[in-house]
Design a protein around this ligand. Structure first.
Ligand SMILES: Cc1ncc(COP(=O)(O)O)c(C=O)c1O
Length: 379
């Protein structure tokens, strides 16, 4: 089977270095909040040019800590795409806040900025005070942050960027992590920069957001230990995960270049088939981290059958995401923007993610596109 994500190829390259780092942690024994965590925060700060970085226990916790830093209150609303992973919307109700679902664009899979006004009005009409927008850089490309930030500024809203998938991406030479008031990423193993467990980070240039998030991630700790300023949580990153990430961060820029080459090759071979498959669009001045390579199939193709066929050829695929978030039971009571979610529904039926990792070879990409061709031609 071609690996969907090949963590072994990466590990082979840096295993010695990772082992050395792990051994250092075993030697000093500061498993929680050890020196590796601070070193990683400093390196991530240089990498993103973000003043404050807080490493934490997962991407979901990074979103929660960001919302705490933004002082979200129960009953307040946050605009969030319906076409995303559950975490993006899950964190609002956990704090008593309300997700307002907005539609995305068909070619980039990200928030459609032209629908923000409509989402805001939808919430207003039912008496919900919207406080912010959660942009999501789905599959690796940041959302259209200039337009989203401008709308937010004009309407007195903040922007929290869910960069779980887009970490490593860029907009006009500004790095993801530094495209909004606050951003949150995930270091889940399958993410472009992943550890060997759960991990995440919050990025901000705002000292107050950072301080609240920092305190909140250690039980709301105050200036001294066992002195509390607020209700918090336990969301610390383990030193072992930080140690692993430090080595992975060293090769991350090179891996991002390799992912771009893989995406270019997919574009080339899939476009040459002339089968009506839509390859992902990257906007001018944007760079994707290529967390996923997701195509849009022609509507008449039976996606499940194509997946079955590809599986029989040892090609794994995935559907991110088969059901719009607002359709799931825990989310179906939350408001949907008046203009609807047509694109979200369309995408959930027709997207297909193909194997994507920096070490995917050109001949594997040719094999994958040849097999897609075989299936569709004989369909
Ligand atoms: C868009 C998005 N947001 C948030 C998360 C949550 O990250 P984690 O799994 O580290 O909690 C993920 C990852 O799974 C994600 O894809």
């Amino acid at each position: 089977m071609i690996p969907f994500i090949d963590l072994n190829a990466q590990q082979k390259l840096i295993r010695d270095k990772i082992e050395k780092r792990i051994n250092k942690v075993l030697d000093h024994g500061q498993y929680i909040l050890g020196p590796e965590v601070k070193e990683l925060e400093d390196k991530l700060s240089s990498f993103t040019n973000s003043k404050h970085v807080l490493c934490c226990s997962s991407g979901t916790d990074a979103l929660l800590l960001s919302l705490l830093g933004l002082k979200i209150k129960p009953g307040e609303g946050v605009i969030v795409p319906a076409f995303t992973f559950a975490s993006s919307a899950e964190v609002m109700p956990l704090l008593g806040a309300i997700p307002i679902f907005i539609d995305v664009k068909r070619d980039t899979f990200n928030i459609d900025p032209s629908k923000l006004y409509d989402s805001l009005q939808t919430a207003k009409n039912i008496g919900i005070k919207v406080k912010g927008i959660m942009s999501v850089g789905l599959f690796g490309q940041p959302a259209e942050m200039d337009l989203i930030n401008e709308f937010a500024k004009n309407n007195d809203l903040w922007v929290l960027d869910d960069a779980a998938q887009s970490f490593g991406g860029k907009h006009k030479e500004k790095s993801v992590g530094n495209l909004s008031e606050v951003a949150a990423t995930s270091f889940f193993p399958a993410k472009p920069l992943g550890c060997y467990g759960d991990g995440g980070a919050v990025f901000t240039n705002d000292r107050e957001i950072y301080e609240i998030a920092n305190s909140s991630h250690i039980h709301g700790m105050g200036k001294k230990r066992y002195e509390y300023d607020r209700i918090g949580m336990n969301a610390r990153m383990s030193s072992l995960q930080a140690a692993i990430l430090l080595e992975k961060l060293e090769i991350f820029p090179e891996e991002l270049k390799k992912r771009q080459v893989v995406a270019n090759n997919y574009d080339k071979y899939l476009n040459s088939l002339n089968l009506g498959i839509k390859v992902p669009k990257i906007n001018d001045n944007f760079k994707s981290s290529w967390a996923q390579y997701t195509i849009l199939l022609p509507e008449n193709i039976n996606r499940a059958k194509l997946q079955e066929y590809l599986k029989s050829k040892n090609i794994p695929t995935a559907v991110y995401y088969p059901i719009p978030l607002n359709e799931h039971k825990p989310y179906n009571k939350y408001p949907v923007s008046k203009s609807g979610l047509d694109v979200t529904y369309y995408l959930s039926k027709n997207v297909l993610s193909l194997p994507m990792h920096p070490y995917l070879k050109e001949d594997e990409i040719i094999y994958i596109s040849d097999n897609i061709n075989n299936f569709i031609k004989n369909y």
